[in-house]
Design a protein around this ligand. Sequence first.
Ligand SMILES: [Mg+2]
Length: 198
Amino acid sequence: MRIGIDLDNTIVCYDGLFHQVAVRRGLIPSDVATDKQAVRDFLRADGRNDQWTELQGSVYGIAMSGAKPFPGFAEFLAQATSSGSDIFVISHRTRFPYAGPRYDLHQAAREWLAENVKELCEQRVFLEETLEAKLQRISTQRCDVFIDDLPELLLHAEFPAQVERICFDPANGCSGAGVECAASWQDLIARCFRGTEA
Ligand SMILES: [Mg+2]
């Protein structure tokens, strides 16, 4: 099986990191809830959307080394290897942030993968600058299945029809995405490798 996987918020878990960086920079009080959405909502409700944009640039760039893989991802990778499946990381990430210091976001992503997902060789990592290029890559890598946290991508009109799509949605327990969902990597292990063991 050829399995394509998104990077941000699918493999990389930023829970707590947005909060941590925002508090450290004095952008939010520490009693704001620690998830990404709460930090975003707090800044937006306060009319500070530009600070939110800049914060994203930092978290996906210079601060990315503070993020961890989602629980269960390492086991998923091990299962993929032992079942002979091919894994491809296919991400949509601009090279530089929309605002703030010009961190190289592709470099940050590659360094994070080298540190946290050592089993995955560089040739299997595709960082695309546009959504269209990402959709194209999912097609040209001939993925059987693609896992992403964004229903918008999976339900996109240009999403290759032959590819099975699974939405990774640990926060909301898969409510109303309009597409098949998984709540955890354990769930994905069961779904992708059930019955493939010798
Ligand atoms: Mg994502």
